[in-house]
Write a protein that binds this ligand. Sequence first.
Ligand SMILES: Nc1ncnc2c1ncn2[C@@H]1O[C@H](COP(=O)(O)OP(=O)(O)O)[C@@H](O)[C@H]1O
Ligand SMILES: [Mg+2]
Length: 246
Amino acid sequence: MQRSAPYIQFDRVDVGYSDVSYGLRGISLTISRGEFVFLCGLTGSGKSTLIKVLTREVKHTDGRVLFDGQDLSEIVPETVPALRRKMGIVPQDFGLLPNKKVWENVGYAMRAVGRTRREVSKAVPVLLERVNILHRADQYPKELSGGERQRGAIARALINNPPLLLADEPTANLDPEHSVGLMQLLEELNRQGMTIIVATHDMPVVEQFGRRIVRLEFGRIVEDVRQEPLIEESAEALAVGGSEDA
Ligand SMILES: Nc1ncnc2c1ncn2[C@@H]1O[C@H](COP(=O)(O)OP(=O)(O)O)[C@@H](O)[C@H]1O
Ligand SMILES: [Mg+2]
């Protein structure tokens, strides 16, 4: 790992879906380890495409993408799993396995990286409780509400404590109370060192939590600003709680 190299770097990146349809156009963006970035913009502006370039679900058609010292154009199908083990991914459509219960979906992600059943049965309930979905642990995804599925997907993304979290519209199906709860959890994880990228058009959430905002329009970056949180006091109160826990 090259410590001095940027963690994530997009250099004039295009994603052409076809001759006439572009997902991204000329994106240049650097994200350092430990940052918390909101990707904002209307539907169709390219937020999901940008995340999918990092997960290698979508291949960029021009430019260069570096992640954790690696040029993503060197990733081949065989090395995609290793790439994705470096990130927790919350897809816009949740991506839960329909034939597995909530706890199995989360436990499966742990088993996939070689953890024991014992470790799974210890860690999964703790995280499900933390994202407020423990009471649905034995349910299948189709038995859940949109918000519950979303929280299940978030638990699955976080279970291996990834260095990077990519969350695509993670509050889209949550009521305001759960949205704030989730964002507070993400802030806490960020304070502990996790790099977090959240795609959202939920502007009240973005404004409340501040942080860096990268705004996309028609596949281009039109704004990249750092904003102070509106609720400075509660952020500080949380920070104090966090350090006492540590
Ligand atoms: N698989 C695809 N095939 C063709 N066009 C796509 C595909 N996915 C996204 N697009 C197009 O790329 C643009 C950006 O889409 P997307 O990244 O999903 O935006 P957002 O997540 O901000 O809503 C849109 O014009 C969309 O129609
Ligand atoms: Mg999207």
